[in-house]
Design a protein around this ligand. Structure first.
Ligand SMILES: Cc1cc2nc3c(=O)[nH]c(=O)nc-3n(C[C@H](O)[C@H](O)[C@H](O)COP(=O)(O)OP(=O)(O)OC[C@H]3O[C@@H](n4cnc5c(N)ncnc54)[C@H](O)[C@@H]3O)c2cc1C
Length: 204
């Protein structure tokens, strides 16, 4: 493996812990607020919003899942943004969760989390949730020929339950190698990948 200073490293085993890149919808003001007032994980950030008004920005059918979860943390508006069409059954499920549906296009986000709509309305929120498109960080996994899996949020490195990729001697852990992650899940995966990589040097 060549590093960016030109030096080279050889190893008998490799653990990829390269995380993911997140791609957000191209809406002015959204990316700047990522991790501040724009989030993807209710379990990480829902409680911090102190039961304030919450938005879900539609990116596709997966946004229905987020919109159904979030009312447990605050009154929720679902900005469909032309990204998905709801069935009558979807609408009934959202109504049962008291989710307000908004069909006007989202034009920008300003201030702490003020969502501006085409036609002039503004909805001020404590937080806005959006599902990003994810892909493994960097190019190492694809350069090595590791199989890439496809989940509802995007791509990740395919592994077995022991964190082995499809390339012998190459392991992967954390966000890079699961459908969706968290710090605690990544730490656990990393511990497993490291132990299994070590043991494979001894037992094959
Ligand atoms: C907005 C936001 C908020 C979040 N909030 C929470 C939260 O509150 N609680 C929680 O548990 N989780 C949270 N998460 C998820 C959490 O950040 C991730 O699950 C966790 O960081 C994944 O750890 P990781 O080590 O797998 O990857 P990362 O933390 O992404 O680390 C991967 C590292 O590898 C580096 N890298 C990539 N390629 C190369 C290369 N070729 N050479 C050298 N280095 C490379 C990257 O630069 C990066 O530093 C949040 C995520 C986001 C996006």
């Amino acid at each position: 493996m060549t590093l960016d200073d030109g030096s080279e490293i050889s190893a008998r085993r490799l653990v990829l812990a390269c995380g993911v890149t997140d791609t957000l919808p191209d809406i002015p003001g959204l990316a700047e607020r990522w991790g501040q007032s724009v989030f993807h994980c209710p379990y990480c950030h829902g409680y911090e919003l102190d039961e304030g008004p919450i938005g879900v920005l539609g990116v596709g059918p997966i946004s229905m899942h987020q919109a159904m979860l979030l009312p447990d943390w605050g009154p929720t508006t679902f900005f469909l943004n032309g990204a998905l069409e709801l069935t009558p059954e979807d609408e009934a499920q959202l109504a049962a969760r008291q989710v307000r549906m908004e069909t006007a296009t989202v034009e920008s986000v300003t201030g702490p989390c003020d969502v501006h709509l085409a036609g002039g309305g503004t909805v001020s929120l404590a937080g806005l949730f959006v599902v990003p498109r994810t892909a493994p960080g960097g190019a190492l996994a694809t350069q090595l020929g590791c199989e890439i899996a496809h989940g509802p949020m995007g791509q990740f490195i395919a592994t077995d339950e022991m964190k082995k990729t499809t390339i012998p001697g190459v392991f992967a852990c954390g966000d890079a190698a699961r459908m969706a992650g968290s710090v605690s899940l990544s730490v656990g995966d990393g511990a497993l990948a490291g132990a299994v990589a070590h043991q494979s040097l001894i037992f094959g």
